[in-house]
Design a protein around this ligand. Structure first.
Ligand code: NAD
Length: 344
């Protein structure tokens, strides 16, 4: 259904996701503000464009994978953004996989699907109304007298949809096409986009209306952060009280404290092989990204007046870890934070 797919944001995640779309047989068009990122694709014969608008004009669907809400807004509504033209776009589906706040996702989705006159003058206007791309032609009859205006609405019959579809899984999952997508937006758009998601991920979960994908993502990462803090704090206390971390891990993993943070991603160096803690917290999920996601959760909690004390505390601790110079280390390095200023 979507033969030509645009991809904007060719960073750590996006470059790998775009490659998987290409491998799946889609004709991909790419854009990034970083020319070096684009060069890697143009050298492989992949079509590159100089602006988001050019990508939207050349694609049936566009996927964005950008650092933050501000970048997403720029790519959609900025001067050369995808929605900046008065003309009908070829693109019928916009998918944003960046991790951003649910409110921005909802606003963007509403501005795409609500009435949105984007004509640039003259006698031919394009607008989106009730999710349809519509072209209006103004025909002026009997000029010189009171104008009798004949307005023709041409329903293009093409629905324009927006999905927020952030991902869980890091660079490795992006590379191996095993990401989890949490998708918000209309169910119809989700169904039509599923083959695209399946070429980049394994688990595709429909979360409900616009913004719900973004909500699922920040809630998942909030729970993950708080769990990692709880496990780290317990291990730090256990260590201070003299119990071996491996012994405590065995206890946790066979009793009620068992969690992903204790049995799969243990934060204590030397307890598990193959986890960031056993390679000086290199690789994995960067603390600065966790701090960013917790900030999105904290801002969202304030917006809706939710009672979220752990959210604010977790945001504060992970931000502090970044300020201590560990922003690029895996977020499980928060375990070390419990010993900062002490001999471990
Ligand atoms: P990144 O910084 O590596 O890549 C972002 C890319 O966007 C860069 O290439 C940058 O040049 C480009 N960009 C920025 N502004 C642009 C603009 N206006 N127009 C076009 N291109 C622009 O980030 P990433 O690690 O790939 O993460 C992308 C998103 O995915 C973030 O929202 C992040 O929170 C989320 N995420 C990341 C991971 C991870 O492990 N890296 C995991 C899950 C989710």
């Amino acid at each position: 259904q979507f033969d030509r797919v645009g991809f904007i944001g060719l960073g750590n995640m996006g470059s790998r996701m775009a490659v998987n779309l290409i491998k799946a047989g889609y004709s991909v068009v790419v854009h990034d503000v970083n020319q070096d990122a684009m060069k890697k694709f143009s050298e492989q014969g992949i079509l590159t464009k100089n602006s988001p608008l050019e990508v939207a004009e050349a694609s049936d669907a566009v996927i964005t994978m950008l650092p933050s809400s501000a970048h997403v807004m720029d790519v959609y509504t900025g001067p050369k953004g995808m929605l900046s033209s008065g003309n009908l776009l070829r693109s019928r589906l916009f998918i944003d996989s960046s991790t951003i706040d649910p409110q921005t996702s909802r606003n963007l989705s509403a501005s795409i699907s609500n009435s949105n006159l984007t004509g640039s003058g003259g006698t031919n206007y394009s607008l989106t109304l009730f999710n349809r791309n519509i072209t209006i032609f103004f025909l002026y009859l009997n000029p010189g007298r009171s104008f009798q205006r004949c307005i023709l609405f041409l329903l293009k019959g093409q629905q324009i949809s927006m999905l927020d579809a952030p991902v869980s899984g890091g660079v490795l999952s992006a590379e191996t096409g095993s990401l989890t997508f949490m998708v918000g937006g209309s169910e119809e758009a989700y169904v039509s986009a599923k083959p695209l998601f399946l070429s980049m991920g394994k688990n595709i979960i429909y979360c409900g209306g616009p913004g719900n994908g973004a909500t699922a993502k920040i809630c998942n990462n909030l729970a993950m952060a708080v769990s990692m803090l709880g496990v780290s704090e317990a291990f730090a206390l256990g260590q201070s009280l003299g119990i071996e971390a491996t012994t405590l891990t065995n206890i946790f993993n066979s009793s009620s404290a068992r969690s992903w943070s204790s049995d799969t991603y243990n934060p204590v160096p030397g307890v598990m092989d193959g986890v960031p803690a056993s390679r000086d917290y290199d690789g994995g999920f960067a603390t600065k990204l966790m701090a960013k996601d917790l900030n999105l959760a904290a801002v969202s909690a304030k917006q809706v007046g939710a009672t979220s004390p752990m959210t604010f505390l977790a945001e504060e601790i992970f931000t502090q870890v970044c300020n201590e110079g560990h922003g690029t280390k895996d977020f499980s390095c928060v375990f070390r934070h419990y010993f900062s200023g002490k001999d471990q």
